[in-house]
Design a protein around this ligand. Structure first.
Ligand code: ADE
Length: 263
């Protein structure tokens, strides 16, 4: 068998896959407020006969838009507390289950995020993340430190970035809305412009199962601004979902009829 790497059988299969028109996309969104405008825009219908294990709160919406089969998966409400199941644990679980059940060609993780005025960000800016990493997994032992940070490049989409009015920046993920001084130092070390609670977890699972993934994040709060992030986030959430919805629609329209290598 040919060795792995360029020119190998495996690399040729990947090249062929990248030249086929994209037919199935999976949109992963953590919050209902972020998801519903997109569900309505594409007239997606809730799956009543779930592809997920019985009893989990995960919700799939699906439909056909132009030449694309669209699945949108939301981890649903925490069954005890009734709030959106945000964060890395739910994000990894639904990503894994949805890839297994739906075999998408491309994953889009969309949602809101915090950003930084020192990086020139403003409320409602929409970023396409070039790289993702964690900022709350500190393991100060050689090599485990790198495993903890879990830095990954997102699938490269230079034409999409050029064509649409999106900003480029690195994304850092952690399981808290606020940040401790140590996490702030890790975000700086990750050179991140946007901060969310799911991206790097989705990237980890997508990488495990070899599905290309991109990350679209709309800014609800300026983390180094005057207002407490939680207050600013809640204040802007509904309005910023309009910017997110518009960006996701533009991205889906751009993807339609193209293959991965054209993105
Ligand atoms: N989502 C929206 N704002 C956020 C923040 N400041 N940190 C993490 N996730 C967010």
């Amino acid at each position: 068998m040919a060795p792995h790497g360029e020119g190998s059988e495996e690399a040729m299969v990947v090249q062929d896959e990248n030249r086929k028109p994209i037919s199935s996309i999976l949109i992963i969104i953590a919050m209902q407020t972020e998801a519903m405008p997109i569900v309505n825009k594409f007239q997606l219908k809730e799956d009543l006969d779930s592809v997920f294990p019985k009893g989990v709160p995960w919700v799939r919406y699906h439909g056909v838009y132009k030449d694309l089969q669209i699945n949108l998966v939301w981890p649903g409400k925490d069954s005890t507390l009734g709030v959106d199941s945000v964060g890395t644990i739910s994000a990894s679980l639904v990503t894994y289950a949805a890839i297994q059940a739906l075999q998408p060609d491309l994953i889009i993780n969309a949602g809101t995020a915090g950003s930084f005025k020192v990086k020139g960000a403003s409320i409602s800016d929409v970023f396409l993340a070039s790289d993702v990493a964690f900022h709350d997994r500190r393991i100060p032992i050689p090599v485990f430190d790198l495993y903890g940070v879990g830095s990954r490049q997102s699938f490269s989409t230079p034409n999409l970035l050029k064509e649409l009015n999106l900003k480029a920046g690195k994304l850092s993920t952690g399981d808290s809305l606020d940040m401790s001084p140590q996490e702030e130092a890790s975000i700086v070390a990750n050179d991140a412009t946007v901060k969310d609670m799911e991206g790097a977890a989705v990237a980890y699972v997508a990488d495990l199962l070899k599905v290309p993934a991109i990350f679209i994040k709309a800014v609800t709060d300026i983390v180094d601004g005057e207002k407490p992030p939680a207050e600013e986030f809640l204040q802007n959430l509904a309005a910023v979902t309009a910017a997110l919805d518009q960006a996701v629609t533009q991205v889906v329209d751009f993807i339609n009829g193209k293959c991965l290598s054209e993105l």
